[in-house]
Design a protein around this ligand. Structure first.
Ligand SMILES: NC(=O)c1ccc[n+]([C@@H]2O[C@H](COP(=O)([O-])OP(=O)(O)OC[C@H]3O[C@@H](n4cnc5c(N)ncnc54)[C@H](OP(=O)(O)O)[C@@H]3O)[C@@H](O)[C@H]2O)c1
Length: 317
């Protein structure tokens, strides 16, 4: 993990920076000199975390934004506030994520795991993309999980409405993080903005504490001592966000600071394009076709009918 570039002069947004891996990532990037913004749901908790991050990093430049990222209106408000606050954005770390043993529904009527772990970062990234491009070289780093390896995207039941299992929903959402990153990297080709995705390791955090499965709850005290510390879990996101070694690396999955092969499903470009399109519809954005889709549509010589769905629909890449 040597050769971490100094981040002085860079603006970084870490979602879910109030605890766990996100907070440790914020400490690491602030210690390298970046101005770091963290997000959390609660202003008091987020301000307390920011104070800790300033103290631990020795860097006073830590800002706070609040939003429940499972709610699309809040993600849109957050993006607007970030765009107002930062004329440039060098790194976006999509870290927020959660696990629920039981099925919960968001303010938008969507299953919470899919909404928070996949649609939240999908929408936020797209809303910040023009600013990232204007700030290039820039990076989008997304925290997935090794659990993505067991994931399967069921396009007929993305909301887990027929049968729900917390583990299945979580693995699918983390596979979606990987597919999103690979597709994003393809769409960002030539822009100077990279997209990478990672497994942080098994880390001792508050993860899943709201609604744990009985077995996990029973096992946790036994395995906790063997888990990574949040600082160790933050090593790979910090590396991908800052190191010169990976300045031009894009469309890759990392674990333990090294590129790794992901679930082979994630390399299916047709499925990734489909996921992008479905996600864009679910968050009310208009999906700009992939280069491959554009060629096909040009050959056919007609509009693919994917125009704005509402007057507030925004174009995304
Ligand atoms: N821990 C592990 O072993 C492990 C392993 C593999 C992957 N991961 C991934 O690592 C990422 C971070 O996990 P962690 O273990 O650090 O979790 P954590 O300790 O539970 O921290 C989660 C962070 O996300 C924020 N958050 C939670 N729900 C939110 C919501 N609805 N809207 C906005 N912010 C929300 C929390 O802030 P507030 O509560 O203050 O709002 C907190 O800052 C996740 O994407 C997870 O899937 C973790």
């Amino acid at each position: 993990m040597a050769d971490i570039a100094l981040m002085t002069g860079k603006n970084v947004l870490v979602t879910g920076g109030t605890a766990g891996i996100g907070k440790a990532t914020a400490v690491g990037l602030a210690a390298l000199g970046a101005r770091v913004a963290i997000t959390g749901r609660d202003r008091i908790r987020a301000e307390a975390a920011a104070a800790d991050i300033r103290a631990a990093s020795g860097n006073p430049a830590v800002d706070v934004f609040t939003a429940d990222m499972s709610a699309q209106a809040e993600v849109r408000r957050l993006a607007g506030e970030v765009l107002d606050a930062y004329p440039r954005l060098d790194v976006l770390v999509n870290n927020v994520g959660g696990f629920w043993a039981h099925r919960h529904i968001t303010a938008d009527g969507l299953e919470r795991t899919f909404a928070l772990n996949h649609l939240g970062p999908f929408l936020l990234t797209n809303l910040l993309l023009d600013r990232l491009k204007a700030s290039a070289p820039a990076r989008v780093v997304t925290v997935s999980s090794g659990a993505h390896a067991a994931g399967r995207i069921d396009f007929d039941d993305l909301q887990g409405s027929t049968t729900y299992s917390g583990q299945r929903a979580y693995s699918a959402s983390k596979l979606a993080n990987v597919m999103f990153t690979y597709e994003l990297a393809r769409r960002l080709d030539g822009t100077g903005v990279t997209a990478t995705v990672l497994h942080p390791g098994v880390v001792r955090t508050n993860f899943g504490a709201d609604d744990q499965a009985g077995l996990i709850k029973a096992m946790l005290p036994l395995v906790r001592p063997f888990m990574k510390t949040p600082a160790a879990g933050a090593a790979t996101p910090i590396y991908l966000a800052s190191s010169a070694q990976v300045e031009r690396v894009t469309g890759q999955y990392f674990a333990n600071g090294k590129p790794k092969t992901s679930n082979k499903v994630a390399y299916d470009t047709t499925a990734a394009a489909q996921l992008w399109k479905v996600s864009a519809a679910l968050v009310g954005l208009t999906a700009v076709p992939t280069p491959a889709e554009r060629t096909t549509s040009d050959t056919r010589g007609h509009d693919d009918g994917d125009g704005p769905k509402t007057s507030t629909a925004r174009s995304i890449r």
